[in-house]
Design a protein around this ligand. Sequence first.
Ligand code: ZN
Length: 245
Amino acid sequence: MDQFSVHGLSSFEEEQANMLQNWLTQGVNATRATLGIYPTPLSLHLYPRKSNQPVPWAFTRRDKKGSVHFYVDPRFGLTKFVNDWTIYHELAHMALPYLGPEYRWLSEGFASYMQYQIMVQSGILKGTLEHRYKSKIQPHLRWFNSDLTAASIATRLMDNKQYPAAYWGSAYFFVLADNKLQKQHQISLPQLINLYQDCCRTQDHNLEEVLASLDGIIEDNLFSQLMNEFKTAPARTLYPEVFGQ
Ligand SMILES: [Zn+2]
């Protein structure tokens, strides 16, 4: 059961440390239930930070093993922590290898898409997934109503620090991928990522390898084809003006 290790609990009072340990356990279990058991144990680090929200800041460090770092305000109770999307987003990042600065937009799109998949599967999300994606993605579709490629638009939004537009605009890559998978291969994207942990996660080190592995599992070129479209086609041919149409 050393699926994850926790560091930094000694900075908190015992009762708070117990609550934080419970939160991390719940987060890891929820992520495992949706994306599978990661082949490398997670290294989770906690730091106290007074704030107006339970997890004001978090990030992943992508070195050899990888680790996730959370700044937390334990004055908020367990329920507030469990209902916060941050942990699901950060843990989702670890389902894929580090893709490099060039594909940060895709990495953030993936984690943003997956955070709600994890939350809905564990019963935390209020409302439907489709409504949630619509409300997050719709406001940013206008950036992609363009003859430029989706990859170049997402990269520029990221460079300009327009993070909600970059993250949620890029999450649309995974909306498209998940739809195609379900229609053409009777498998969902989370189910495919689950299989990916077992066969391929430890052997892949860049995006090309990830896309080849995912395509290998389904014996199709769905992912390399979609990425090719994101890099070469006008974004307006991939993105609708209204989400869901
Ligand atoms: Zn992220």
